[in-house]
Design a binder for this molecule. Structure first.
Ligand code: HEM
Length: 417
């Protein structure tokens, strides 16, 4: 087969700075959806892949999890980091989370934590999350009339929720937060304090593993009523989870559970500030909160991508894809697909239907989606009725990342009851 030509616009996927520049990013994605919806990307130091930018194609690929596997390339990393990660796994020290796994193992591992995220668990948790939302909005009032909404509020609220669900002691929350930022924000200078090489990145993983090894030991000895105990004592076919699977479970929950939600909360507030008419509609009609939260999640799309690899020769939109080749699911693009969303670049708190792919789709559909929705619902239901005025007090700043990201800073001036 001859090598496909590369559409230059597809270079955005391997360029973290593109994600810190909404206009540039969306110009490229809009062009790709219209002209090269299955785009070949060959841009070292990454191995080549096909970028999928249409909503329908992303859904179809995620739906067919026998043809499209998460192994061996679940997300975009450089070839060097990829090889290093695999060596580490072979040595028993790598990361193999739910997003790395395929069925049947994936289904069994997912089931271990799943009860903690079901509607009943969410209902039990709601009182505490509402109380916490009030605590953070009170804090916002107390530190007013200005704050950095990201670092003062949006980071800490979901961090607190997920760490409490896991059952970790409050004094460890800042450490977990730092580790998560280092792991997910590696492309951004502000977050990446340890360096970019695979060896330097491994030190972050080792810190996570050491912390969680102690936690596993203590929960096996003294089980408590929390998610950490469920993971530590989880069994598959009668056997305890392997050390790698146990530690990886904590890592995915601890990390996926808060930076994502922080990005949706802070980007959601910015969208309301930039669209005062929508803020007013929501203030007047709190029944719109459910659709408003969904729109904030579509609008911000905190998780930029996951990948799948073809188990056999196939095609997408008529483009042949060979067994072993990988596809990049461009969620940010799918969520602005003009064939699915009316006026996709309009922020509309009453958008319905809103079949966004920000939580993915199919067997890997975000385990924490109901939790993220509830947290956002609680926070904005507390904040909006108390908000007398709000405006920007400086430039909002987006993180440079190719994976999970959103606002790093959102300086605001406000008055709160
Ligand atoms: C707005 C916030 C969030 C967004 C946008 C988000 C997005 C995503 C996406 C796109 C996936 C991959 C889905 C796929 O491959 O089809 C995912 C998976 C996952 N998310 Fe979330 N997430 C959010 C919040 C959370 C929270 C609060 C948790 C809590 C623990 C969480 C835990 C997970 C886990 C464990 C997986 C792996 C599921 C699997 O592979 O079976 N996420 N999330």
């Amino acid at each position: 087969m001859s090598t496909p030509t590369m559409d230059d616009a597809a270079k955005v996927f391997t360029d973290p700075t593109a994600y810190a520049d909404d206009a540039r990013l969306h110009a490229a994605l809009t062009h790709l959806r219209a002209n090269t919806p299955v785009a070949w990307v060959d841009n070292p130091p990454y191995r080549p892949f096909w970028a999928i930018t249409k909503h329908a194609d992303i859904m179809a690929i995620e739906r067919d999890n026998n043809l499209w596997l998460s192994e061996p390339r679940p997300l975009l990393v450089t070839a060097e980091a990829d090889d290093f990660g695999k060596q580490q796994l072979e040595a028993g020290m790598g990361l193999r989370t739910l997003i790395h796994m395929d069925d049947p193992h994936h289904r069994k591992v997912r089931a271990i934590g799943a009860d903690w995220f079901r509607p009943k668990a969410m209902r039990d948790l709601k009182v505490n999350v509402d109380a916490l939302a009030k605590r953070y909005v009170d804090k916002m009032r107390d530190i007013g009339p200005e704050c950095d909404f990201v670092t003062d509020i949006a980071v800490n609220f979901p961090l607190y929720v997920i760490m409490s669900l896991l059952g970790l002691p409050e004094e460890d929350f800042p450490r977990m937060h730092q580790l998560t930022q280092e792991m997910f924000g590696g492309d951004d200078e502000e977050y990446n304090k340890r360096g970019q090489s695979p060896e330097e990145q491994l030190t972050i993983l080792l810190d996570f593993f050491n912390y969680f090894a102690q936690l596993t030991a203590s929960r096996r000895e003294n089980p408590t009523d929390d998610l950490a105990s469920a993971i530590a004592n989880g069994r598959i076919d009668g056997e305890p989870l392997s050390e790698v699977d146990t530690a990886s479970y904590y890592v995915i929950v601890a990390s996926a559970g808060h930076d994502t939600t922080k990005d949706a909360i802070s980007g959601g507030l910015l969208a309301l500030i930039e669209n005062p008419g929508e803020l007013e509609r929501l203030r007047k009609d709190p029944a719109l909160m459910g659709t408003a939260v969904e729109e904030m999640i579509r609008w911000t799309t905190p998780v930029k991508e996951f990948m799948r690899t073809a188990a056999e020769d196939t095609e997408v939109r008529g483009v042949p894809i060979a067994e072993g080749e990988s596809v990049y699911l461009a969620y940010v693009s799918g969520n602005r697909d003009e064939e699915v969303f009316d006026e996709p670049f309009r922020f509309d708190v009453s958008r319905d239907p809103n079949k966004h792919v920000a939580f993915g789709y199919g067997v890997h559909f975000c385990l924490g989606a109901a939790l993220a929705r509830m947290e956002m619902n609680s926070l904005f239901s507390e904040l909006i009725p108390r908000l007398e005025s709000i405006e920007l007090a400086g430039e909002p700043e987006l993180a440079a990342t190719t994976f999970v990201g959103g606002l790093k800073h959102l300086p605001i001036r406000y008055s709160l009851r």
